[in-house]
Design a protein around this ligand. Structure first.
Ligand SMILES: Nc1nc2c([nH]c(=O)n2[C@H]2C[C@H](O)[C@@H](COP(=O)(O)OP(=O)(O)OP(=O)(O)O)O2)c(=O)[nH]1
Length: 195
């Protein structure tokens, strides 16, 4: 189990499992374009999204973001070029899981972008971002991500994974998000060592 915490501090009677995830956006600032991938399988299949996935025990959240980007798109981002963008918690009716997603962006990459088993990458002009075919929460925080304004948010969905029931989104600092990322990676490492 990756981590367990009470719901809104309501005590251990109602634990939620935390799934630690990354999401990376490669941005071409000169042409106002962002690299998205069509998810070909698994959670979010059929949607355009940034690239990401689970954090492995022992790696930092940013390292996981770089690894997942390369595995899914072929693009390689140096750690020095990884920019902290945001932190998002997703919950769903009838689920006892929090999907805790650390969002990053990068303006530089090397390597050859290519389709993989999981994703079909494509550059999108910012003005033509396919929000109707992305997760419905994305239009709330995408302007923060592109605008380099650190954000923290939470979205609670119905079990249909389409309808947002409640949400919060607010500005924060890179330091706050980075501290949370370190805490979450430490928690995951400790939970794995104890299991
Ligand atoms: N844009 C956006 N991305 C989301 C939302 N919810 C959510 O989990 N994601 C992202 C976080 C991750 O990058 C991805 C889910 O991770 P995944 O299931 O693909 O993880 P993975 O690749 O490690 O899984 P697997 O191949 O090992 O099965 O979707 C959302 O509401 N909006």
């Amino acid at each position: 189990m990756e981590g367990v915490q009470p719901v809104n501090g309501s005590g251990p009677a109602c634990p939620l499992r935390v799934k630690l995830l990354t999401l990376m956006f490669v941005c071409d600032r000169d042409h106002e374009q962002v690299l998205l991938g069509m998810k070909k399988r698994g959670f979010g299949k059929g949607k355009w999204n940034g690239f990401g996935g689970k954090v492995e025990p022992g790696e930092s959240v940013a390292q996981a973001a770089v690894r997942e980007l390369q595995e899914e798109s072929g693009a390689l981002v140096e750690m020095a070029d990884v920019q902290t963008a945001g932190l998002l918690d997703f919950t769903f009716d009838e689920s006892n899981e929090i999907m805790r997603v650390f969002v990053f962006r990068a303006d530089n990459y090397t390597g050859e972008i290519a389709e993989t088993d999981e994703m079909r990458p494509q550059w999108w002009s910012l003005s033509e971002c396919p929000f109707d075919n992305m997760w419905p929460d994305d239009r709330y925080w995408f302007p923060y991500m592109w605008g380099r304004r650190p954000f923290v948010g939470s979205f609670h969905f119905k079990a249909d994974e389409k309808t947002i029931v409640t949400h919060t989104i607010e500005a924060t600092t890179v330091e706050h998000i980075d501290t949370r990322a370190r805490e979450e990676a430490d928690r995951k490492r400790a939970a794995t060592a104890n299991s």
